[in-house]
Write a protein that binds this ligand. Sequence first.
Ligand SMILES: Nc1ncnc2c1ncn2[C@@H]1O[C@H](COP(=O)(O)OP(=O)(O)O)[C@@H](O)[C@H]1O
Ligand SMILES: O=C(OP(=O)(O)O)[C@H](O)COP(=O)(O)O
Length: 406
Amino acid sequence: MFRTIDAFDVKGKRVLVRADLNVPSKDGKVTDSTRIDRSAATLKELAERGAKVIVLTHFGRPKGREDKYSQKLLLEPLAKAVGQAVAWADDCIGPDAEAAIAKLNNGDIALLENVRFHPEEEKNDPAFAQALAKLGDLYVNDAFSTAHRAHASTEGLAHLLPAAAGRLMQVELEALAKALGTPEKPVAAVVGGAKVSTKLDLLGNLVSRVDYLIIGGGMANTFLFAQGKAVGKSLCEKDMADTAREILEKAKAAKCHIVLPVDAVVAAEFAENAANKVVSVDAVPDDMMILDAGPASIEAIIDRLGGCKTLVWNGPLGAFEINPFDKATNAVAQAAAERTKQGKLLTVAGGGDTVAALAKAGVDEDFSYVSTAGGAFLEWLEGKTLPGVAALEIKSGGGCGCGHSH
Ligand SMILES: Nc1ncnc2c1ncn2[C@@H]1O[C@H](COP(=O)(O)OP(=O)(O)O)[C@@H](O)[C@H]1O
Ligand SMILES: O=C(OP(=O)(O)O)[C@H](O)COP(=O)(O)O
């Protein structure tokens, strides 16, 4: 049980909204604005109700203040999404933030610079959380896709100010519970993408929840390496090999079938239209990298989905942003969309890049539900309590606040 923004009288109040505007980008331009667009409902409602709306978010994984992770590129798409100008502050705490907020009138919206420019954010540092809290009267967490992180702006702040869930947070939790509360079996999970170390661990729990775990993208390379295969220059976290082997053992014990690529599209560089060829996963050349799953792997995955009733998906199967390494992601997305339209498969997908990949494949409207969250959604699926959601719990209201119904 958590409070929503219905419980707040926001008129004239400074409302700190933690959104997740961590969107895909290229050359300083946002390439998929889904997270921004879906965060707009809360921001617009608060502004319409007369709040001074202050948006906190992270963008990427900067190590301290790094210009390439400045959030200025978000200003224009955010202004478009909310239908009004958005003010800016060069820092998320201190004099810059205070000055920008002091200028806000009721109904105005401001975006502050990347909270991760301060390493204290990810440490959930109490003094940093206090510095953020000083800027607002009320706190709204609308960042479901970052709710698996116990950071100052996603967790700490909820203990320092009156706190509520935003509309996107509400919608996500309700939609996931409805779609996946009791998933029809067999259930397949597709997990790919590039965030190997932060997502590999959770696969250990996922194997007891799904019948098939289909591993692709950079994640698969680490498993192939763990099986003793050479992966050349591929994205691969070699120090995670033991964890990968443990997951394979856990899967066996849980009778979860792991599906790994059998062939791969390899190239010498991560670049658009790089010369490429299809090889067996047993024959990846030393000077090349795996950038997509090959045709035999695509066929095996689609074949496997044919027998499933539910699909959950986070992480593209290849480097989908650069042609032609989007083939496996496109083909599997289109096959899943087709089966969804036929009423044979319930499909729930999520993640900043996964959403962009589904849009590129032209099927984002055809899935049963598309979440803004990737890692958070998988952790929710594991049955884990998400710290960002739990912190919103109304202590006397009963329920643990994790978003699951127990
Ligand atoms: N084989 C691969 N090698 C390098 N990068 C890959 C590979 N497969 C997928 N990726 C990358 O994974 C990224 C998305 O991963 P991730 O952030 O985990 O997904 P999401 O944002 O949907 O949760 C994309 O930028 C894509 O290029
Ligand atoms: O993009 C995100 O998650 P996702 O890649 O799992 O979809 C969130 O913004 C969380 O980012 P983080 O994984 O750097 O904490």
